[in-house]
Write a protein that binds this ligand. Structure first.
Ligand code: SF4
Length: 477
């Protein structure tokens, strides 16, 4: 779609919306925005091979210029959405909401003194979000507001990244290195990661900060041997000044998990582990390049319970190649039979850089994914889980969501902080992103690839200087 916007700089808003609503429609989208008599007016015409559609929208402006910029974008988006509806044939569940963190709108509403009911009405009226999705957002937004309120000055979360996996899944687009790369870089990488954690620990100590939650993610952190995992946990404890109250390790693929590794994690203070099957269908597991079976998931899960873990998360993916709604339903029921505290339901995204994308594998039709997600919601709700964080995929047609579900009292603080961008996150490792929200929202990104990360000798000095400058500027202390 060739997009032209006159009278406004909100081209990106229109691009995002067209990409989400009509990813493969060819043609022209011509928009015009104007202001007069205290009103903003927007008009959109879409010209395609099957004909042209037009729509308009208007909104009364306020005294506040900042609010008016947002109003202008929303008025323009509404005109584009109305023009697109004719091509879509039905109203999408997320309406015209294109952001990846929709629960943020609910949190902002609640923090301004609004109610959950008011937030759902706002999403439905202003963004045309369906009542079902707005209710999910309201629940996740309420938890985010509670977590935000519980954070104190100087609180932060700590993330350590392990970019290695035993092999590469076909749908994976992360910068994760498989097999040989671990043998080649694993040792040096580990040393550099520990050095970075020590630097962050010194910073924490000098500024009297407090680590509320820790997450070791990947990749597959369990590629390392038990002794190294224990050393990593000790390095985390040193960086935090004590054992963190919430300490998650994304142990990851069941074939990498052993009783010895779980014992090392337990004695290293880890409180929560992720055992991620993605599907409980062996045929699909082979198809997506994972060298484990559903039986391995049961084994790894029981080993984690025997090791003493009372907080376990399992990840599933809706829309894996070759799977229909019945396959997904079976997988979910098998995972539910394990009774984990958290279940995260992702939607498969066709991301550039994945084998799945390069081979142009056929994607699951959106209506089947819709059925899977609705099924997940009813099964998980009936089993006593609630949505506690939610974000949407940029690259799925329809902008489907990923949802973390938790039993009462078992939310993962790190996931909420990370996904809702509340609280500061210090990150160590290749490609890791430090996100700071205490003052102006700021990100610091580490070199992407393990080799690059190892070779960047001034990395620690630079990061330490950047952190000092940030906290001085925003006068947090
Ligand atoms: S386990 Fe995760 S990070 Fe590793 S290859 Fe598979 S999808 Fe990628």
């Amino acid at each position: 779609m060739k997009i032209t916007v006159r009278g406004s700089t909100a081209l990106y808003t229109v691009e995002q919306l067209c990409q989400m609503l009509l990813p493969s429609l060819e043609g022209n989208c011509i928009c015009r925005v104007s202001r007069s008599g205290g009103m903003v007016y927007a008009a959109c015409r879409m010209e395609t091979a099957t004909g042209s559609t037009s729509a308009s929208s208007r909104h009364k402006l306020t005294q506040d210029e900042h609010t008016n910029v947002n109003l202008e974008r929303r008025t323009l988006a509404r005109a584009v959405y109305r023009a697109a509806l004719v091509h879509l044939g039905k109203e999408p569940a997320w309406g015209m909401l294109s952001g990846v963190r929709p629960a943020k709108l609910v949190r902002a509403h609640l923090e301004r003194g609004g109610t959950q009911q008011g937030a759902t009405t706002f999403l439905e009226r202003e963004y045309f979000v369906s009542p079902q999705k707005s209710a999910l957002c309201a629940k996740a937004g309420k938890i985010a507001a509670e977590v935000h309120k519980s954070l104190q000055k100087g609180d932060f979360s700590l993330y350590a990244h392990i970019p290695f996996c035993p092999s590469r899944c076909t749908y994976c687009s992360f910068i994760s290195a498989a097999g040989d790369a671990f043998r080649r870089w694993g040792g040096d990488y580990f040393r550099c990661l520990l050095e970075e954690l020590a630097m962050l620990g010194r910073f924490r100590e000098e500024h009297a900060m407090r680590a509320r939650s820790v997450y070791i993610g990947g990749g597959t952190p369990a590629v390392y041997a038990p002794a190294e995992l224990l050393r990593l946990c000790k390095a985390i404890q040193d960086a935090c000044g004590k054992t963190p109250e919430e300490f998650t390790v994304e142990a990851g693929r069941p074939d990498a998990i052993t009783a010895e590794k779980l014992a090392a994690l337990r004695s290293g203070g880890v409180t929560r582990v992720c055992v991620n099957p993605q599907t409980m269908n062996d045929q699909t597991l082979r198809l997506i390049g994972r060298a484990h079976t559903a039986e391995d998931t049961f084994r790894a899960f029981h080993l984690a319970r025997e090791a003493g873990f009372r907080e376990i998360n399992c990840d599933l993916i809706a829309g894996l190649p070759g799977e229909d709604a019945a396959d997904f339903h079976r997988s979910l029921n098998r995972v539910l039979s394990l009774d984990p505290e958290n279940i995260t339901v992702h939607t498969l995204a066709r991301k550039r850089g994945s084998t799945f994308h390069e081979l142009q594998e056929e994607s699951t039709p959106p209506e089947v994914i819709t059925e899977m997600l609705a099924d997940a919601e009813s099964l998980l709700t009936a089993a006593g889980y609630s949505p506690y964080y939610l974000y949407r995929q940029k690259y799925t047609g329809g902008g489907f969501e990923n949802i973390g579900w938790a039993k009462p009292g078992h939310i993962c603080l790190y996931n909420v902080s990370m996904m809702e961008e509340i609280g500061d996150i210090f990150s160590a490792g290749a490609g890791a992103v430090t996100k700071l929200t205490s003052g102006q929202f700021t990100r610091f990104t580490n070199p992407k690839y393990p080799a690059e990360y190892i070779a960047s000798t001034d990395r620690l000095e630079v990061r330490s200087r950047e952190l000092c400058a940030y906290y001085q500027d925003c006068s947090v202390f």
